[in-house]
Design a protein around this ligand. Structure first.
Ligand SMILES: *[C@@H]1O[C@H](CO)[C@@H](O)[C@H](O)[C@H]1NC(C)=O
Ligand SMILES: *[C@@H]1O[C@H](CO)[C@@H](O)[C@H](O)[C@H]1NC(C)=O
Ligand SMILES: *[C@@H]1O[C@H](CO)[C@@H](O)[C@H](O)[C@H]1NC(C)=O
Ligand SMILES: *[C@@H]1O[C@H](CO)[C@@H](O)[C@H](O)[C@H]1NC(C)=O
Ligand SMILES: *[C@@H]1O[C@H](CO)[C@@H](O)[C@H](O)[C@H]1NC(C)=O
Ligand SMILES: *[C@@H]1O[C@H](CO)[C@@H](O)[C@H](O)[C@H]1NC(C)=O
Length: 743
């Protein structure tokens, strides 16, 4: 998801300020039809027509032709369908044989140049000869195929394993870089800016695809900002585009259709930079279901953790078979200076590409420029809310706006201002673009500026173009990145890892509707744009996973995730008090991840044991796996025994507690090697590892060990680590114990 500047203003104004109550709630009639997903697990065995099965199930409950209500029949990689149903019909289907879950479709939301070099990964980095056989599947808002990042000069033929297709519609064509592209749209709520083809009319999908697997482009920048070479993690890999996001969001039924195709098409890794704003059970969530079947087919899904931070337990893409990626800053930051008529200069955190060339403009306080047709006008105008300003007064001036939660530039833009200075209560560690010159200053500078306005005759100001500086503290996890603990399975640590997601330069759509700030009135169309979000960190991890896979094509999704996690660069709670709940195993290090020494592998059977232990029914587990898996004493695994490369345990506050974790590592380093366990832990955690030395004689050899963790915590969290060290490789797992009120 990319972070957007204006989620609150509009809603608050419409719902509370002016008093129109439209759109602020409303009941749903139980006879009206809504889109439900009926998930039926793995593909049935044998020669059955899955679509006929779905249709006959529908006909059993719906008093009209199935074709009128059926939106999708999923049948390439898993079984299920999406249909327009009443609540009663959905309830009837819930009890039918073969059904795992029935859930209402929701709309999910969408959640670079120097970044790879910042990660120790530069243009000269070795590439695998098979990198060009790697196919990266992007489930997103489409792509702008003409971008130089997707130039296919020098690419060989499309890999043989590719079974997908390209919708050549509305001028959209694939090439040897973008080898497949489809769009999924079951909703009729489209807006005129939506293009009915895989073409990206948002910019987001182009940005994420070029970050994951775009080719090298030198001299890229946004109006001179962040100038440098942009590239994806695997510049010679291929891209397959699955467009599911539209101006209204991304529907669950479309997301599942994209997974159904991507898995069958033969992609190697799937990137999903979108998510919900609430947590769901794994088999009631389209991304968790899709990524389970991807895992079953050897494909790792990389997910954005979400932009719900820094609130605890705000991470919602949490399935244990996928990779959840937090976002961190990189070693540069942007700031925008404001100069007043008295020559004082203040620094704000925005991205401003407009150059006023130092010209001084008349400067006014928004509270002095109300539109009197609104009651209590200056109450709204001081915050520059949309419609509150008097255009006659504001036009051509720079306006000062007081702090308002979720401030944005729509109001000043509508009023024809030349620029705006916003007072901002948050100390922003990321920056946005606006459709006019904007700087946001902190509360204190805002008070000083307001005083200047109030005590000066004919006040003036100017706003400078943004400049760039080194960020000394990088990397730290940015404030908006969703935090753990995991709201679905408390004893699996999420997010898994962090990657750059702040002020990332990457390719952008050049459609007329896709401006730099994505706001109305912005006419800046660019080839590259700077945006922030866990949406931007996710494709960095996708690219890293694809890079590892290009060296180790046979590794399972869990092995690749383990390699990424155990080689991550440690981060410090000095910069992020939430510790591992902010950054998981640490900052991604793709080069080191190709040589992790040992991996914590896991396959479908391990996740089945985990699901048994979580109380999933045997019937549902059999449907999901498509075999006769059952939960017996031996297969009823505890959450602590899932072979995960991190360790988490939760308990009620104040109690001391102890847990046993069983783990198995596989040797993927030198054949003959000996690893010693090194434990780092604060006194409140007592950690033992048995055995504490593991010796290997061949590649692929597995060794098991047991970790016992005793914790005495009070109300807080404590963390440590276990490192298996052979003198060369340091296979590091984070260990987190915490007191949870959710127990
Ligand atoms: C792709 O790159 C080649 C080599 O740099 C260049 O000659 C060609 O014009 C580019 N193609 C497009 C469509 O920009
Ligand atoms: C297709 O390309 C032509 C030529 O570049 C252009 O005139 C037309 O507007 C394009 N159509 C769409 C739907 O993008
Ligand atoms: C806007 O400001 C002008 C100039 O001060 C004033 O004449 C006009 O009445 C104001 N209009 C409204 C709607 O407030
Ligand atoms: C004041 O607001 C009204 C209603 O939105 C609008 O029609 C009018 O143009 C505005 N006047 C000025 C001077 O901004
Ligand atoms: C401006 O100054 C006057 C007089 O000192 C004061 O009453 C008023 O509150 C000030 N207005 C603002 C917006 O600070
Ligand atoms: C597996 O273990 C869980 C938790 O201990 C328990 O709730 C569940 O009933 C067990 N299932 C079986 C089949 O033994």
């Amino acid at each position: 998801m990319a972070v957007h500047a204006s989620p609150f203003t509009w809603l608050i104004l419409i719902c509370f300020g002016i008093g129109f109550l439209i759109g602020c709630g409303g009941a749903i009639d139980s006879n009206s039809r809504q889109v439900y997903i009926v998930y039926m697990g793995d593909l049935p065995k044998g020669d059955v027509s899955i679509q006929s099965l779905h249709i006959s199930m529908l006909q059993g409950v719906v008093p009209r032709a199935a074709s009128e209500v059926l939106l999708y029949s999923y049948r390439r990689s898993f079984s299920g369908f999406a249909a327009k149903l009443t609540t009663d019909e959905a309830n009837k289907l819930r009890d039918k044989e073969g059904v795992v879950s029935v859930f209402l479709s929701q709309k999910k939301q969408l959640h670079t140049s120097r970044t790879w070099e910042f990660m120790g990964f530069n243009k000269k980095t070795k590439t695998s000869v098979i990198e060009s056989d790697i196919i990266v599947g992007m489930i997103d808002s489409g792509v702008w195929p003409e971008s130089e990042s997707f130039n296919d000069t020098g690419f060989g033929p499309v890999p043989n394993k590719w079974k997908g297709s390209c919708q050549n519609l509305a001028n959209f064509t694939c090439n040897k870089k973008i080898i497949g592209a489809r769009y999924y749209l079951s909703d009729d709520e489209t807006d005129p800016t939506d293009i009915l083809s895989p073409r990206d009319s948002d910019g987001h999908g182009t940005h994420t695809a070029s970050t994951a697997a775009g080719g090298l482009v030198s001299h890229a920048s946004l109006y001179g900002l962040a100038k440098g070479t942009v590239r994806g993690g695997v510049p010679s890999a291929r891209i397959a585009v699955y467009k599911v996001c539209w101006s209204y969001g991304c529907s669950d039924e479309d997301i599942l259709a994209a997974f159904d195709d991507a898995i069958a098409d033969g992609v190697d890794v799937i990137s999903v930079s979108l998510g919900s704003s609430f947590a769901s059970d794994y088999f009631y969530d389209s991304i968790a279901i899709g990524s389970f079947h991807a895992m079953k087919n050897g494909i790792l899904t990389s997910n954005s953790a979400g932009n719900g931070g820094p609130v605890p337990a705000s991470v919602f893409n949490v399935s244990p078979w996928s990779l959840s990626v937090a976002a961190n800053t990189i070693d540069r930051k942007f700031f925008t200076k404001v100069k007043l008529g008295n020559n004082q200069i203040y620094e704000g955190a925005t991205i401003n590409t407009f150059d006023l060339k130092g010209k001084m403009y008349p400067f006014i306080y928004a509270g002095d420029a109300p539109n009197a047709t609104l009651g209590a006008a200056s109450f709204y105008s001081r915050y520059c809310l949309p419609g509150s300003l008097n255009t006659t007064i504001v036009r051509g001036k720079i306006v000062f706006c007081e702090y308002f939660i979720g401030w944005d530039s729509d109001g000043v833009m509508q009023a024809g201002a030349a620029g705006a200075v916003f007072q901002d209560a948050e100390n922003k560690d990321y920056q946005f673009s606006f459709p006019l010159p904007v700087s946001n200053v902190n509360m204190n500078d805002g008070r000083i500026i307001l005083n200047y306005l109030n005590t000066t005759e004919n006040p003036t100001a100017t706003i400078f173009k943004t400049t760039q500086d080194n960020n000394q503290f990088a990397p730290f996890v940015v404030s908006f990145s969703s935090r753990g603990p995991n709201p679905v399975t408390a004893d699996i640590l999420k997010p898994d890892i962090t990657a750059p997601g702040v002020d990332i330069l990457a390719a952008w759509s050049e459609s007329e509707t896709t401006s730099v700030s994505e706001s109305q009135g912005d006419t800046r169309i660019t080839k590259y744009n700077i945006i922030s979000g866990t949406s931007m960190s996710c494709p960095h991890a996708t690219g890293a996973a694809a890079y590892v896979k290009s060296f180790h094509p046979t590794w399972s999704p869990a092995a690749i995730r383990s390699a990424l996690m155990t080689t991550a660069i440690p981060m410090t709670p000095m910069n992020n008090i939430e510790g591992e709940f902010a950054y998981g195993a640490g900052h991604i290090n793709p080069l080191q991840a190709t040589d992790p020494g040992l991996v914590y592998d896991a396959g479908e059977i391990d996740y089945v044991k985990f699901l048994c232990g979580q109380g999933y029914t045997v019937k549902n587990i059999q449907l999901i796996t498509g075999d006769s898996s059952s939960c017996s004493d031996e297969t009823n695994g505890t959450v602590w025994d899932l072979n995960y490369p991190s360790f988490a345990l939760s308990s009620t506050p104040g109690k001391s507690f102890s847990r046993v974790f069983h783990r198995t590592v596989t040797n993927v380093g030198p054949a003959v090697s000996t690893y010693k366990a090194v434990i780092n832990a604060p006194p409140v955690l007592v950690i033992q590892v048995q055995p504490s030395v593991l010796s290997f004689e061949y590649v692929g050899q597995k060794q098991s060990f047991v970790v016992t963790i005793e914790a005495q915590l009070g109300n807080s969290m404590a963390s440590g680590s276990l490192i298996w060290d052979d003198g060369v490789h340091k296979v590091k797992s984070p260990i987190v114990a915490y007191a949870s009120l959710m127990q």
